[in-house]
Ligand binder design. Structure first.
Ligand SMILES: *[C@@H]1O[C@H](CO)[C@@H](O)[C@H](O)[C@H]1NC(C)=O
Ligand SMILES: *[C@@H]1O[C@H](CO)[C@@H](O)[C@H](O)[C@H]1NC(C)=O
Ligand SMILES: *[C@@H]1O[C@H](CO)[C@@H](O)[C@H](O)[C@H]1NC(C)=O
Length: 221
């Protein structure tokens, strides 16, 4: 009996040590995203304000940013994991189709190769902070709930998570791009990587989207 108890104790001690070492001596790792979620984001891009409905849907290979400019138009930014992206404005009847060499982000995109920065307070939430790809993105996650709170791109574009609903899915019909997206041959392709920025390949699509959205925001000034 006594020896069995000792063995159990040793196993318990070993697993505590393993858990401790596995966590990199206490350095927190980012929580992977749920495979599907809806979030309402508040965005500030060089002083241009928007709210964004973000629908992340990894199993179905799709991601949607529906961008409502303050007192202005709505831009639909629909990304498929086969590399095709549609940017359209239903009121203006305009659409731009893009092709990216990579698909949408995987739920654990932040986990590998991110650098832990420390704990910071954002909007009243105590957050763990990581950066990825030399500050291409800085990411803030609530220490207690592990929910994303805020992220900031190197361009200065910043987004705050206002609501976060894991498991929420947008119905299929809403993912249909309008007919005039399929009507034109003026499509653009992106084959290049992040250029001088040396952005890892899994972040290329984010780089492109961020840059494009930033340009779109700036052209509205
Ligand atoms: C938006 O960002 C700009 C800096 O680019 C800052 O001056 C301004 O206060 C911000 N506005 C809001 C509402 O956060
Ligand atoms: C990618 O998938 C979307 C949605 O099914 C489709 O509209 C688009 O044509 C596809 N792109 C390519 C290059 O096959
Ligand atoms: C992490 O970074 C290294 C060095 O840049 C790279 O070789 C590796 O593929 C990256 N891992 C992932 C999962 O991105």
């Amino acid at each position: 009996m006594a020896s069995r108890g000792n063995a159990a104790n040793r196993v318990a001690l070993a697993s505590i040590l393993l858990a401790f070492c596995g966590a990199g001596f206490g350095i927190p790792t980012p929580t992977p995203w749920p495979e599907q979620f809806h979030a309402l984001l508040f965005q500030n891009s060089s002083g241009k304000l928007s709210t964004i409905d973000l629908w992340y849907d990894f199993p179905n290979g799709r991601n949607f940013n529906i961008i409502h400019h303050q007192l202005g138009s709505t831009l639909y930014d629909l990304e498929w994991t086969n590399g095709t992206s549609f940017y359209y404005d239903l009121d203006a009847g305009s659409c731009k189709t893009m092709h990216f060499p990579v698909g949408i982000l995987s739920p654990d995109w932040l986990v590998s190769n991110s650098t832990y920065i420390g704990v910071e307070k954002v909007g009243g939430f105590t957050c763990n902070v990581w950066s990825k790809a030399d500050g291409f993105i800085v990411y803030y996650e609530d220490v207690e709930t592990k929910r994303p709170v805020h992220w900031l791109f190197f361009t200065g574009m910043s987004q705050y998570v206002m609501t976060f609903e894991p498991g929420k899915v947008l119905e299929d019909e809403a993912w249909q791009a309008p007919w005039y997206c399929f009507d034109r041959e003026e499509n653009e392709s992106f084959q290049e990587n992040g250029g001088d920025l040396k952005v890892p390949s899994e972040l290329w699509s984010v780089l492109k989207h961020t840059t494009l959205l930033d340009m779109a925001e700036r052209s509205r000034m």
